[in-house]
Design a protein around this ligand. Structure first.
Ligand code: NAP
Length: 300
């Protein structure tokens, strides 16, 4: 029996673990893939208070090690179901807890155009910091207008020979400071008001077709395409214990509780105004603290 099972080892989940472990609770963290969540993909974090600059990988690794140092139990299993009685079934085991925090984040959004899947690992990537080094002195394109796309473009501009940043609008959703930095890079070219409509190549990606709002298309030779168009949650498996909005995010009236007592939510996977590292760790600490407080109340 665990005090707390946390589903997801991203910044929200690992912060929740950190707080619960420091409160001497027996904690299990379940992670389907790799620790760190999406922040692992951030080439450089420069908006986390008190840290001038750190790579997403280093940040995530520090947090993981911090949890491990407190003897936090982290297992790489996929949660398949949570019951109202706080039983968690995974692809390998069945666990019981007094409380559960769902901190599953979101998955990379796909363009859903022909051949996108075929070229994954052969030119198409969703992680610039993971795959960027394969494109030294090559020509690459990044698709997206949020901070991930902007930071990816900056990162790749220091590796690749040429970087196209393709965005479907005139204005970027990401921070202006990143846009200004990109404008100063002479190997970065913005292609705005445009979407990628085709991906071509034989064994490996060799070109993409970009179509603007007027419907005019052009072919651009690229060896790499980094898709950074946001994320979507994957919470259908929790629909028996939480309410989901039309986009699949978990609804919480106060940002912590779900409709089931003892089942809480934290991080990007809930309905919220700002999905950032700062808000994810805030969610994790709050969810763990409240879960522990309510656990105590149940015992009193
Ligand atoms: P995001 O902010 O949701 O931006 C996604 C971008 O992709 C938007 O510009 C969107 O266009 C575009 N897009 C969505 N679907 C598209 C499609 N089908 N085709 C073409 N373009 C499409 O996602 P993100 O950049 O991954 O960032 C996620 C969150 O993490 C954000 O809150 C971000 O600020 C945060 N983040 C933080 C850091 C950091 O703290 N250092 C680093 C990276 C990300 P529209 O503008 O038209 O909607």
């Amino acid at each position: 029996m665990y005090d707390l099972i946390i589903i997801g080892a991203g910044p929200a989940g690992l912060t929740a673990a950190l707080y619960a472990l420091r409160a001497n609770k027996k904690v299990l963290v379940l992670e389907a893939k790799n620790y760190g969540g999406q922040i692992v993909n951030a080439s450089n974090i420069e908006n986390y208070p008190g840290i001038v600059s750190i790579s997403g990988y280093d940040f995530a690794t520090n947090l993981y090690n911090q949890v491990k140092k407190l003897n936090g139990e982290i297992v790489f299993e996929t949660a398949l179901r949570v019951t109202p009685s706080k039983k968690v079934l995974t692809n390998k085991n069945e666990y019981q807890a007094k409380a559960v925090i769902i901190a599953t984040g979101a998955l990379n959004r796909q363009l859903n155009i022909p051949h996108e899947q075929d070229f994954i690992g052969k030119g198409v990537s969703y992680c610039a910091t993971c795959d960027g080094h394969f494109y030294k002195d090559k020509v690459v394109a990044i698709n997206g207008g949020g901070n991930t796309a902007l930071e990816d473009a900056l990162y790749l501009s220091n590796i690749a020979q040429k970087v196209y940043l393709i965005h479907r609008r005139e204005e970027f959703k990401g921070d202006l400071i990143n846009v200004e930095k990109l404008k100063r890079q002479d190997n970065v070219e913005f292609i705005l008001n445009s979407t990628i409509t085709a991906i071509n190549g034989e064994d490996n990606l060799s070109s993409i077709v970009v179509t603007n709002k007027e419907g005019q298309s052009k072919q651009i030779a690229v060896q790499g395409l980094f898709i950074a168009i946001g994320q979507d949650p994957k919470n259908e498996i929790f629909a028996n214990v939480v309410d989901l909005n039309d986009k699949g995010y978990i609804i919480s009236t106060d940002g912590v509780h779900t409709k089931t007592p003892g089942i809480y939510v934290a991080g990007d996977t809930r309905v919220k105004n700002l999905r950032q590292l700062t808000t994810a760790v805030g969610d994790g600490s709050e969810a763990a603290t409240i879960a522990i407080k309510e656990m105590k109340k149940d015992l009193d």
